[in-house]
Design a protein around this ligand. Structure first.
Ligand code: GAP
Length: 532
């Protein structure tokens, strides 16, 4: 049995071998935490993006999509809070000269305590029949002691962060006797805040006034265009604006392949709603987004919600959809109820109104005024700054989730193993591979006829190198749902064999039927139907 680490290494080498992902600038020894998508990776990524875009924009009459610029006016990032608060607390080990995120060191320590609890539970579960885990956790002295320790650390760390008390964050690391994994020493520097935004300068002069940022999230491009879209599209609340695109973060602990990168792609949707209805929409979007993921047919146990106990200052509710990656359950998508924070901030910093008029609404203009005004103050007010429910998923993370669960080593009846990439067929980079059994006797010409028939609807490939068994294996490893083989009989009766990637079953069918067979399996509309 291979370990999860081995399995993950296997995913990374498979991704390279079959043209999915390459290290960026590899010939120059690569650039850390930056990756390129190869010929199959670019297709898979495009298909995942299409699945998201079509399910958001095409399937909802009240959601439209935009494509905002990566560069934005620098004040955008002051208004959003990123200039002042988009920081990670960092600490260096003086012996190894390695830099760590202080929060990650502390979280990893807490995780180790949780692992101990898990082991106690597993041991007890083996010992007692009809084991009641909840009862055990709430009564076993050792578990209670571990749990209290973990809770105490988390509470102390939370308070330190809330007070921006970096000396206390360091003290926690010292008190917990956390050692550097490289040097094994406890020789730590002070903790400092480090802003994650990349900056550059616009124009010929390089001074403070020309500094602009590479966007760290796509969401702000939506907020600043809220009124443009609402007015030009005559949108009525509730409505959404969707966007996909690159985002950049100078991640310090960038690791786990494409899970955490410095240049990555987000797929975000901001849903603008009437104040007071946001919790209902938040729940609706949580349900819809989970259903969207599960429609892909991946084992449902690999997904779970994680509600945030502590939400960001701008939110009144937040949850992650977590996925079980080869290195454990981690955030895949965030769903946030962001109140009217962002639009209010942009109103304040730009001096422009970002409000919505609704004759049927009578209430405060925004959440800040609601704190001090009384109903008497707003009896004639019919405008409001909309509240926003956001769904935000990392395209690269979703790519990794799909790729890593799809890669399997399958034992066959004849004792051999085959490498199978069981991608959801609608997302597969190549839908059909077409092979002439031999490169002669008119078979290649017949195979090309089929290639020309299918290429208008699907990404298909033609291959005549190697024996047929090897060609099938190669397409299994790429994840191609169908292989079609043209043989001697094809020339006589216009039939071919069509082989299913997952069952490896071959069927002889008339060439006229191929388009319909392929369409039923790979057309994205069947995936979209499952989510609507
Ligand atoms: N607009 C909200 C926002 O940006 P976030 O939780 O910081 O929220 C949303 O990011 C999603 O973007 C995450 O759930 C994750 O899938 C993806 N993401 C964030 N940072 C990433 C990184 N460094 N590399 C790859 N994906 C990342």
């Amino acid at each position: 049995m291979s370990t999860p680490e081995d399995q993950f290494k296997n995913v990374i080498s498979h991704a390279k071998e079959y043209g999915y992902i390459f290290q960026s600038s590899e010939i120059y020894d690569g650039l850390s935490a930056v990756y390129d998508y190869g010929q199959n990776g670019a297709e898979l990524k495009k298909n995942i993006r299409d699945y998201w875009w079509r399910s958001m924009v095409q399937m909802h009459e009240n959601i439209v999509g935009i494509d905002a610029a990566i560069f934005m006016h620098p004040t955008t990032w002051k208004a959003s809070g990123h200039v002042d608060a988009f920081n990670d607390p960092l600490i260096d080990n003086k012996d190894s000269k390695k830099r760590y995120r202080a929060d990650v060191l502390i979280e990893d320590h807490v995780k180790k305590i949780e692992e101990k609890i898990k082991k106690e539970v597993e041991k007890a579960a083996k010992r007692f029949e009809g084991f009641d885990e909840a009862m055990f956790r709430s009564t076993n002295a050792r578990v209670l002691e571990y749990q209290a320790k973990a809770d105490e650390i988390e509470a102390r760390f939370k308070t330190a962060l809330e007070n921006n008390d970096l000396a206390e964050v360091k003290q926690i690391i010292v008190d917990l006797e956390i050692v550097c994994p490289i040097s094994g020493s406890r020789n730590w520097t002070d903790v400092r805040q480090f802003n994650l935004m990349f900056s550059t300068s616009m124009g010929a002069v390089t001074d403070e006034s020309n500094i602009i940022y590479l966007r760290p999230e796509t969401a702000q491009g939506i907020f600043v265009n809220y009124l443009n879209v609402q007015k030009s599209g005559r949108m009525k609340i509730p409505f959404g604006i969707a966007q996909t695109g690159k985002a950049f973060r100078n991640e310090i602990v960038a690791r786990q392949f494409i899970f955490r990168m410095r240049e990555f792609e987000q797929m975000e949707m901001q849903f603008f709603v009437k104040p007071g209805t946001e919790m209902e929409w938040y729940e609706t979007w949580k349900t819809r987004r989970m259903a969207w993921h599960k429609a892909l047919g991946i084992d449902e146990k690999k997904y779970k919600f994680k509600d945030h106990i502590k939400v960001a200052h701008y939110a009144n509710a937040a949850a992650d959809i977590e996925f079980e990656f080869p290195f454990g359950f981690k955030e895949l998508e965030g769903i946030h109820s962001r109140t009217d924070f962002d639009l209010r901030q942009h109103e304040q910093f730009s001096g422009k109104k970002l409000q919505y008029f609704d004759q049927d609404y009578t209430g405060p203009l925004n959440s800040e005024l609601a704190k001090t005004q009384t109903p008497e103050d707003w009896k004639d007010n019919h405008s409001y700054v909309p509240y926003v429910v956001e769904t935000s998923v990392g395209l690269d993370r979703l790519f990794l989730a799909i790729l890593s669960t799809s890669l399997q080593e399958e034992k066959l009846e004849d004792g051999e193993t085959r490498t199978l990439l069981s991608l959801p067929p609608q997302l597969a980079p190549i839908k059909v591979a077409i092979f002439p059994l031999m490169g002669k006797d008119g078979m290649p010409e017949k195979a090309m006829e089929i290639f020309n028939l299918l290429r208008f609807d699907h990404n298909v490939t033609y291959e005549e190198k190697d024996n047929i068994g090897k060609r099938y294996r190669r397409q299994d490893a790429i994840g191609t749902p169908y292989c079609i083989t043209v043989d001697q009989q094809s020339l006589e009766d216009n039939t071919v064999t069509i082989r299913d990637r997952d069952t490896m079953k071959q069927e002889r069918v008339s060439i006229d039927k191929i388009a319909a067979i392929v369409d039923e399996k790979v057309n994205m509309k069947y995936l979209l139907k499952k989510t609507s």
